[in-house]
Design a protein. Sequence first.
Length: 250
Amino acid sequence: MARKAGQLISRGSRTWLVRISLGRDPETGTRKYHNKTIRGSFREAQTYLSGKLQEREIGRLPRAAAISLNQYLDQWLTTAAKPRLRPKSYIDYEALLRLHIRPALGMRPLGAIVQFDIQSIYAQMFERGLSARTIEYTNAVLQSAFRQAVRWKMLVEDPCVGVDLPRMKRREMEALSVEECRRFLGAARETEWFALFALALTTGMRPSEYLALKWTDLDWQRGAASVSGQSNIRRPAGCLTTRSGNVAAG
């Protein structure tokens, strides 16, 4: 019996999974599908299905990439992400994908991943107590990867589109009072880090800025310091690198 070219699968109230067969991968023999979650009426889902079936017939709907998500992410990180990211950002991207995305979806075919799969991962992250900010950042990284796959004609659409993210909670910034600053510096006075702590408290510099200061950045006559660079903490190696900047502070 012939397998249907397209299917509409109910995923709850006014939610439909559209699945279109793209045939078998010539190398692995695995069936490939185009999957898309439609939020709306049955008629809207049917219209989308009909349109995509027409695209498939005229060759506009590409075959799903015959690689796993893990394989694709390796390629994307190396060829697209690394050349344009700062070292710290690249490390963060790699870590977020390794910790939260690869364990659940890494072995899945790239073209078989749908919105529901991604939504489930974010729900699990939230249940484990991870912040909305971490989930949002993870989604931004994953969406960047999928958008590149669309540009490379490996996917028709980005499966992150339509995924709901937890609401961000505003958190009031808490600063030390003047008296707390005095007590802190008093306790730190006998340590080797006193000058660093005093500089941080009295100038408002960020850690990445005061950790990158050089002797040439200090103006002893004016009692001022200029920020000419920032440090990048390379956590796996536990060392610091610096990059130049144009921000100045007195």
